[in-house]
Design a protein around this ligand. Structure first.
Ligand code: GLP
Length: 244
């Protein structure tokens, strides 16, 4: 779906999420959301905060699982995704803190594998993710599933691509301070969600959007796997859609 600009697109995605939350509330069920970081979902989170404040949309039945976190990463560090989510969304809505899950960047290496299995098990115990928000990296990564990730990949510790580290290096004041690894939800769990919305803005994303939407399905471009998902929408502004 192509919108005139990212603000209008973000409002539309926020409306879909609010409608889903309300539907689940009416059914007395939790609403399980998969959330992403990066600049692309910021407008969506601002709009969800507005819907909470101005229209009284409640998040008291919402349980969230974030896609990824740098490793190693302290939760209170300026660049942690925990902090990002608190500052963009969680601090301003009525979600219960214990319902907000972001992969833990503070574990010792030996514990990561068990932790990742438990992260997936928690999602499964809740019946899976109802709606997953995704951004897209310049190389087609989703979460931190970099180029080369397999379609059945699990939640795991990954090495970040050079291109991803360069993109993040501004936040870390230089490449040498930028993490080399991260924990990410695997492609398999992303493919299992009931509904996927990938958001991308600006002409800078247009080539990778074209490759993801119209190119062959390949693990070189993990976002192309979404062509095989039966309920996935790419929400784009005109710039991101300009090569389609
Ligand atoms: C990071 C995140 C991804 C995100 C990507 C794109 O790599 N781990 O989940 O999709 O950045 O970020 P942006 O939305 O800022 O372009």
């Amino acid at each position: 779906t192509v919108y005139e600009n990212s603000a209008i697109a973000s409002k539309s995605v926020a409306r879909e999420i609010a409608d889903l939350i309300k539907k689940k509330q009416a059914q007395k069920q939790p609403c399980i959301l998969g959330l992403a970081t990066g600049s692309s979902p910021k407008g969506l989170y601002a709009e969800l905060v507005r819907l909470h404040k101005e229209e009284g949309v409640s998040f008291n039945n919402v349980i969230t699982f974030n896609l990824d976190e740098y490793y190693p990463m302290q939760a209170d560090s300026i660049n942690s995704y925990v902090r990002f989510m608190n500052e963009q969304l969680f601090n301003y809505i009525d979600i219960l803190p214990e319902n907000c899950h972001v992969p833990d960047g503070t574990l010792t290496k030996e514990r990561i594998s068990d932790y990742c299995s438990q992260y997936e098990a928690k999602i499964e115990a809740l019946g899976g993710i109802d709606l997953q928000i995704l951004g897209i990296g310049g190389n087609g990564h989703i979460g931190f599933n970099e180029s080369g990730s397999l379609q059945n990949s699990k939640t795991r510790l990954v090495a970040l691509d050079h291109i991803t580290r360069v993109a993040a290096s501004g936040d870390f004041s230089g490449l040498s301070n930028t993490p080399r690894t991260a924990i990410t939800l695997g492609v398999k769990k992303i493919m299992e969600v009931k509904r996927v919305i990938l958001m991308a803005w600006g002409e800078g994303k247009s080539n990778i959007i074209k490759a993801s939407v119209e190119g062959t399905v390949t693990n070189l471009v993990p976002a192309s796997f979404l062509q095989e998902h039966n309920n996935a929408t790419f929400v784009l502004d005109q710039g991101a859609a300009s090569k389609l």
